[in-house]
Design a protein around this ligand. Structure first.
Ligand code: CA2
Length: 161
């Protein structure tokens, strides 16, 4: 029954872009002792399921090429993307270009890593993204993507207040 006088306004549907960097297309097929047996397609499916529950629209993009990642980030300028979740993979530790692209589009960024980069080789301890991100989630395997979607909702809700 429709109750007259009650607001029918829906909560905002936020648009999240999830970006994955080089070699993450190999997830679940190689180095399963480090990165686990779950594939990137599995991760996308579970994120899409969770997005429905959280009232989010989630788009995924993966590339092995730094320039393609920069191009995809720049496209955000013409789109209504509210927040970017990114696992820049090896480019985390090397890419000023990705950092500059993220700064240029001025969207909140959550950096994620499957492995706990701080328990690994020292060169993985540095990130060109971490200080421009609203937060970093590292070391919980594929769950980091779903944790990041939860964090995104909290962040965006608080930014409305
Ligand atoms: O832990 C993460 O998520 C990393 O971003 C993964 C990167 C690594 O360079 C970062 O330091 C931490 C490597 C991704 C490589 O992914 C593969 C997946 C399966 C098989 C081989 C590589």
């Amino acid at each position: 029954m429709v109750q007259l006088g009650m607001s029918t306004r829906q909560p905002p549907v936020w648009q999240i872009l999830v970006i994955n960097g080089p070699n993450l297309n190999l997830l679940g097929t190689r180095e399963t002792s480090v990165y686990g047996a779950v594939t990137l397609a599995d991760i996308e499916l579970s994120c899409q399921q969770q997005a429905q529950q959280l009232g989010l629209e989630v788009a995924f993009f993966q590339s092995n090429h730094e320039g393609a990642l920069v191009d995809r980030i720049q496209q955000v300028q013409q789109q209504s993307v509210d927040l970017i979740v990114i696992n820049p993979a090896a480019y985390t530790h090397t890419s000023v270009a990705l950092r500059d692209a993220l700064l240029a589009v001025a969207r909140p960024v959550i950096e994620v890593h499957l492995s706990n980069v701080y328990r690994r080789e020292p060169f993985r301890h540095h990130s060109f993204i971490r200080d421009i991100a609203v937060g970093q989630i590292t070391g919980f395997g594929p769950d980091v993507y779903r944790l990041a979607l939860h964090a995104a909702v909290h962040y965006l809700q608080n930014s409305l207040n």
